[in-house]
Design a protein around this ligand. Structure first.
Ligand SMILES: C[S@@+](CC[C@H](N)C(=O)[O-])C[C@H]1O[C@@H](n2cnc3c(N)ncnc32)[C@H](O)[C@@H]1O
Length: 306
């Protein structure tokens, strides 16, 4: 299905407000380019929520939406964040998803997290280090689902899983990845020795991407992926959830009850300043709650009481 692409020139001051407004109405991806660059396609690609601000005075923001998104919805969302919005500068066009995937994959390089966890694009040769016997290598094609390893919220979870594995708390255990996106965290857990991983996501595109990536990594027999309504009941000794703070708070009972007594939990997707609200809600079930920061993002970890 073709996608709807919005292109809009903006200033540095407008950019974060526009980006947030577009994410709120379902942007699948957002890119920023220098307004004066000759080759805008070569600019960095940002996943939704990254929040990085390039040092360019004037920039062009490009956002991708599902093909059936009404353009008026996007203009109204932007106008709600900026009364001075010049609607006439917004451009819309239909694009094929491959264009975006190719642009993304061109910029995507192998990444290492912690002692031995590697995320390597599926079409990339294994870099030195990732060929070590004890390396936990995930071959990934995030497609349009969130979860490539480049975002701090994902990096915080991968670092946590790697460290937990180093303490012997992943191998031989089951892992739940709540909000699995591309499946990156569940797959890393499996490569670190987890017996089984369960992924849950309310976006069917993420469910499909996770299944694809499980096959790509030859672990589909140890992994299941579900929409929230179809998810199995039960508890897990390791649970990781990288969704936004508001969702983590809203889902505190659902997520908290799936962590086995004595089990480990990591929560990510929390902006700096929001961690106290998340901790306050999870303190009802969890001990040893700790916050760890990477750039503007916080990971909260805890151990289930009982
Ligand atoms: C920030 S991405 C995380 C993806 C991946 N786990 C990672 O760490 O990179 C959040 C994912 O959670 C999903 N999600 C958001 N709210 C959800 C909910 N209430 N139930 C299930 N999945 C949800 C989104 O569709 C998205 O794929």
């Amino acid at each position: 299905m073709p996608f709807l692409e919005l292109t809009l020139p903006c200033t540095e001051a407008q950019q974060p407000r526009y980006e947030r407004a577009l994410e709120d109405v379902g942007a699948l991806a957002v890119t920023l380019a220098d307004a004066h660059a000759d080759a805008p396609d070569e600019q960095a690609i940002f996943e939704p929520g990254v929040g990085q601000t390039p040092l360019w005075g004037e920039m062009v923001l490009t956002a991708l939406f599902p093909g059936d998104t009404p353009s008026e919805l996007l203009l109204h969302a932007l106008a709600a964040h900026d009364e001075g919005l010049d609607w006439s500068r917004a451009r819309f066009r239909e694009v094929e998803d491959q264009d975006w995937e190719r642009a993304w994959m061109d910029q995507y390089a192998p990444l290492k997290f912690g002692a031995r966890t590697w995320i390597v694009p599926w079409n990339h040769a294994l870099p030195e280090g990732a060929d070590a016997d004890d390396a936990a290598v995930v071959r990934l094609d995030p497609g349009l689902a969130f979860g490539s390893g480049t975002h701090p919220t994902t990096a915080l979870c991968l670092q946590w899983l790697d460290a937990l594995a180093g303490e012997g708390q992943v191998a031989g255990r089951d892992v739940l990845d709540f909000g699995c996106g591309s499946g990156i965290l569940a797959l890393a857990a499996l490569k670190l020795g987890a017996v089984r991983a369960v992924g849950i996501d309310n976006d069917p595109q993420a469910v499909a991407a996770t299944l694809d990536n499980a096959q790509r990594n030859g672990v589909e027999d140890r992994m299941s992926v579900h929409l929230p309504g179809d998810a199995p009941t039960g508890t897990y000794p390791v649970v990781v959830a990288n969704i936004l703070a508001s969702a983590l708070i809203e889902l505190a009972d659902v997520i908290g009850e799936q962590v086995a007594p004595g089990g480990q939990l990591a929560l990510s997707g929390i902006l700096a300043g929001q961690e106290d609200d998340v901790i306050a809600v999870y303190a009802a079930r969890f001990d040893d709650l700790r916050a760890e920061r990477l750039e503007d993002w916080i990971r909260v970890t805890g151990v289930r009481r009982g």
